[in-house]
Design a protein around this ligand. Structure first.
Ligand SMILES: Nc1nc2c(ncn2[C@@H]2O[C@H](COP(=O)(O)OP(=O)(O)OP(=O)(O)O)[C@@H](O)[C@H]2O)c(=O)[nH]1
Length: 602
């Protein structure tokens, strides 16, 4: 059983929603996965970058340390040796990078500067100086950025302590330009909003490629692995940058000097291609979804329309079926192989067969008799015609006959070019009988059964037309019984009727089938004889007639004798028209009466 339409529509709606929800969630999930993978790749990239740049920074620090150590070794040799060694140590360093090399004595006063003699300047308050003074080991200290009192430029001090027999004797320090160093780092950055940050051992910001001095020396507020876990050498994290509020993916690497290089990749830039692809994907998805929904809506609409059409068709079919079932006229559809393929209750009633019996049977079944069946089958053979009609005699299973009128219509051909026939069958038994009766009443004399005046005149007209064509003649014999009234009077009217019938039979026996014997009314009869030539035959016939009617009649045990007077007229000699010819014969009959009756006159 096919699914109800509503179920199909509900299934389509559910499947559509499922497809949309599944499609969208799958697409968004795969987008999320792509985003996560991109972030993961960026983490690796940031780490790698922190490591590579960190190595460069460390190399720089190593060369600065080398310079510091070489100058420190010359301190005990006096001012000239310091100056010579300083020149030597700084000769390969760019002047905008190394701002100056200077020495602070054990009292905290500047005792030497590569920039030349300078006023007595106390620098013992600097953090790095205090740290070196307190340190037990020979360590390299990298200071926070400080604003030079003389130079008014931001610098980082890279310094080592001078020891004289193990006693703190001052500091050799190189001031490097934060600006220049940050610029150098900026050139290594891959993106406009990416950052490279150098962080001190205690988490203080030494330099940052993107920002100015306002952040120098600031302690990074947040807890970071590279601060909390000194043993960890590298790592990554995602955070909002404290300096500019930009979210970044950070990778960090600890340098051998203990400083930490942090490389930050702006999250928005990292994800820009992914987000663009996501936007495009969503736009495409929206269009596809709209298109899909439109297509499904179209399908649902088409289904609704077809359901409507089917309902209308069903109603129409039911109406047609109702009409066909309630029609008084029998209907059958006969296929190309002369089988009944459909019938209605009226046909069952007319034919006396059930629908089951009729179905698949030959229409000949309606007739029962071979000749009648042949007539019907011939009637159904409508090849070349679209419509025809005719009567056939049907026979019911109980043997009862009926007259049916069939109207056969050739239906339009099917795919195979075969035609079916639609046959409307009406039981016309009654109407045919009535029509026959009317016809007989109109054309025959009810007493004798002979043709009456109307039919006589009609037959005479035909005979005259034929004679005119053939050049032959027509004889009209007008017969009037002699003295019939006395018989009526004596034996009664009914007796007279029976006598008239016997006269009619005798007249019929006297003449051939092509002749016509008719009764005009009363005791008057007419005989019409087509003849060529007519003259002798007329006389013989008239005489024969007079003789035969003179013979006695026996009616109800009574023997009676009468005679007849006969008038003869010829076409074309005596008259041209049927009425004139009869009138001429009538006139001749009167002449026979006047001649004494029981004779004939022409
Ligand atoms: N029984 C009977 N009589 C009829 C019928 N039609 C007419 N008649 C009678 O037939 C008679 C005909 O008479 P007529 O032909 O005039 O006269 P007739 O007595 O035959 O005399 P003639 O014709 O002069 O020899 C009338 O008495 C009619 O009433 C009929 O159908 N049946």
């Amino acid at each position: 059983m096919p699914w109800p339409l509503n179920t199909i529509r509900a299934a389509i709606v559910v499947l559509t929603l499922f497809a949309l929800v599944f499609g969208w969630s799958d697409m968004l999930r795969s987008m999320d996965q792509t985003e996560a993978a991109t972030v993961e790749r960026a983490r690796h990239q940031a780490r790698g970058q922190a490591k590579a740049v960190g190595e460069l920074v460390q190399a720089r620090l190593d060369s600065l340390d080398l310079a510091i150590r070489s100058v420190r070794a010359a301190v005990s040799d006096g001012h000239a040796a310091i100056e010579r060694q300083t020149r030597l140590a700084l000769q390969d360093m760019p002047s905008n990078f190394v701002l100056q090399l200077f020495i602070i004595d054990h009292d905290g006063y500047l005792s030497y500067s590569s920039l030349g003699p300078s006023p007595r300047n106390y620098l013992g308050d600097r953090d790095y100086y205090a740290r070196l003074a307190d340190a037990e080991d020979d360590i390299l200290v990298v200071s926070e950025p400080v604003l030079g009192r003389l130079t008014q430029r931001w610098s980082i001090q890279v310094a080592r302590a001078i020891r004289d027999n193990g006693v703190f004797a001052g500091v050799v320090s190189i001031a490097v330009s934060v600006e220049t160093w940050a610029e150098t780092l900026a050139q290594l950055e891959p993106g406009r909003r990416d950052t490279l940050t150098l962080v001190g051992r205690d988490g203080e910001l030494l330099m940052r490629s993107l920002s100015g001095p306002e952040h120098y020396g600031k302690q990074l507020r947040l807890r970071r692995d590279f601060i909390d876990q000194p043993a960890l050498m590298e790592g990554d994290y995602l955070a909002e940058s404290f300096a500019d509020g930009v979210s970044r993916i950070f990778g960090w690497s600890r340098l051998s000097s203990g400083l930490v290089m942090v490389s930050g990749l702006a999250l928005d830039d990292v994800l820009a291609p992914v987000r663009k692809a996501r936007e495009q994907g969503i736009t495409r998805g929206v269009f596809l979804s709209i298109f899909f929904l439109l297509a499904v809506s179209g399908l649902l609409y088409a289904l609704a329309r077809s359901a409507q059409v089917m309902r209308r068709l069903a109603v129409r079919e039911a109406r047609t079926r109702n009409l066909v079932d309630n029609m008084a006229e029998g209907i059958m559809v006969v296929d190309d192989a002369m089988r009944i393929v459909a019938s209605n209750p009226a046909l069952c009633e007319i034919s006396g067969h059930t629908e089951e019996v009729l179905h698949g049977a030959s229409p000949a079944m309606l007739c029962g008799e071979t000749t009648a069946a042949d007539d019907l089958l011939a009637l159904l053979d409508v090849e070349g015609e679209d419509m025809r009609g005719g009567d056939f005699v049907g026979m019911r299973p109980d043997g009862a006959r009926y007259i049916a009128h069939a109207r056969v219509t050739r239906m339009s051909s099917d795919e195979g070019g075969r035609h079916k026939r639609l046959v409307l069958v009406a039981d016309v038994t009654e109407s045919r009988r009535e029509a026959d009766d009317i016809w007989r009443r109109a054309n025959f004399d009810m007493l004798t059964g002979l043709p009456n005046r109307a039919l006589l005149l009609d037959r005479l007209e035909r005979m005259i037309l034929h004679a005119r064509r053939e050049g032959s003649e027509v004889i009209a014999l007008f017969v009037d019984l002699d003295l019939f009234k006395p018989i009526n009077d004596r034996f009664g009217h009914a007796f007279g009727d029976r006598l008239l019938c016997q006269v009619a039979r005798r007249l019929e026996q006297l003449f051939r089938s092509e002749d016509t014997v008719g009764r005009l009314g009363g005791d008057e009869f007419v005989v019409l004889i087509p003849a060529s030539p007519a003259r002798d035959l007329a006389g013989q016939s008239a005489q024969k007639l007079v003789d035969r009617l003179s013979e006695p009649f026996e009616i109800d045990g009574e023997v009676v004798s009468i005679s007849a007077s006969v008038g003869v007229a010829f076409y074309p000699r005596d008259a041209e028209t049927p009425a004139d010819l009869i009138a001429e014969a009538d006139a001749a009959m009167y002449r026979a009466k006047h001649a004494g009756r029981a004779t004939w006159r022409a």
